[in-house]
Design a protein around this ligand. Structure first.
Ligand code: URA
Ligand code: ZN
Length: 400
């Protein structure tokens, strides 16, 4: 198949107003400008703000790739990405409470919408999808949960919004919080995709304490903390019966579902052996639907796994074929191929995170590693590769 189409559904941005807000803060999350004129530092993880590390070296360097949409477009060109679904990066608006949360959500969502509209007007090409769509953000800290549901309904009418990105804490009590029911209801009614993304990781103690975390930089929090955080959040949702109450919810799990595809069988087995659930004689209602049914019906996965073993687990969990995995890239513009598959996996890059350490590098290894894993997993089947790299995203998120 020639001229394959490539879509990136996992790609972040901090709009300039958000960057300014981080710059004005002095506690996590914040941006610090070193006095020696070195690159600004992005200090967003709690483990970043370690008083044993000099302030000028905390967190990670942050440059224009985090906020300048022209740099994003340049990155897309360099990696052959035709279309991106951009989303605010972590920690979103989680730290903004009260009335300000709604103001910020509207500002960010309107900004995302107008950025997509402007770019698409300037770059429209025949036979290609528009270049940009977006996942909006929610005012989860708003005093009334109805304000969150209202924002879902408002942005569902914006032409370029295809879903919302959300962290794992919800309104502060996790995603099995009954206070989130109006939000799940609004997402189900609008059929906006919920992109569930980690930020908080695990407590330092889970890794052996702050000294161990500091010794290995971001490896433990990002490689292990993030995927386990996602797994715990979605499992709590499942255990609490959210998918029984809202059977049409659509959730895209970051990083190929964390470790959910690998652990789903174990979760199922532990439930079957747990006396606390009504079905086993206890008092807790417990989930009515099976975890594999939820995985096949409600859950979408990206292909940001960086290896074939993880990717194959994701495909297997999604029903054993490739259209339940979304990458962010498609190898060819071939809308009919999607009828060949019944699972949905999408490609993503996680740009602008994981830039090459060597600035002279042309393509980003974090991107090419995922392309290679997709190719190694489905290389024989061009249609499957094309579906994961973009066809699934175009179809499921209606990127037209
Ligand atoms: N690190 C982050 O903080 N966020 C991401 O999305 C990826 C890496
Ligand atoms: Zn990400």
């Amino acid at each position: 198949m020639s001229n394959p189409l490539i879509v990136d559904i996992h790609t972040h941005v901090y709009p300039p107003a958000y960057i300014d807000m981080l710059r004005a803060r002095r506690k996590v999350p914040y941006i610090h400008d070193p006095s020696d004129g070195g690159p600004p530092r992005l200090i967003i993880l709690s483990s970043d703000d370690d008083s044993n590390i000099p302030l000028d070296q905390r967190g990670r360097p942050v440059d224009s790739s985090y906020s300048d949409i022209q740099v994003k477009l340049g990155f897309m060109d360099k990696h052959g990405i035709d279309c991106s679904v951009i989303s605010l990066a972590n920690p979103w608006l989680d730290f903004i409470g009260e009335e300000q949360a709604s103001e910020w959500a509207q500002k960010i969502n309107n900004d995302l919408e107008s950025t997509c509209a402007q770019v698409n007007n300037a770059t429209a090409l025949p036979d290609k999808p528009p270049r940009l769509f977006a996942f909006g953000t929610l005012p989860l800290g708003a005093p009334q949960q109805v304000a969150v549901a209202e924002e879902v309904h408002r942005i569902s009418a914006l032409p370029h919004i295809r879903g919302v990105i959300m962290g794992t804490t919800g309104r502060g009590n996790g995603l099995d919080d009954p206070e989130l029911e109006p939000v799940w209801g609004a997402l189900q009614d609008t059929q906006l995709m919920l992109f569930l993304h980690p930020h908080y990781g695990l407590p330092d103690e889970a890794f052996g304490g702050p000294e161990i975390v500091r010794r290995y930089g971001h490896v433990l929090p990002l490689a292990l903390g993030f995927p386990l955080e996602t797994t715990i959040a979605i499992t709590r949702m499942y255990l609490s019966g959210v998918f029984d109450q809202f059977p049409k919810l659509r959730i895209l799990l970051a990083h190929s579902g964390g470790t959910l595809p690998f652990l789903a069988g174990r979760i199922e087995s532990c439930i079957a052996h747990e006396r606390t659930f009504k079905v086993n004689g206890g008092s807790v209602p417990g989930p009515q639907r099976g975890i594999w049914d939820v995985l096949k019906t409600n859950i979408y996965l990206d292909a940001v796994a960086y290896g074939t073993a993880g990717l194959k687990a994701a495909v297997e969990a999604g029903g054993g074929s490739t259209d339940r995995l979304l990458f962010g890239k498609i190898l060819s513009w071939c809308p009919t191929l999607v009828t060949f598959f019944d699972a949905d996996i999408f490609q993503g890059t996680d740009h602008p995170f994981f830039p090459p350490l060597n600035e002279e590098d042309d393509k980003w290894t974090s991107v090419t590693t995922n392309y290679k894993a997709i190719s190694a997993s489905f290389g024989e089947n061009e249609d499957a590769v094309a579906a994961v790299l973009g066809g699934n995203a175009v179809r499921i998120l209606n990127l037209k």
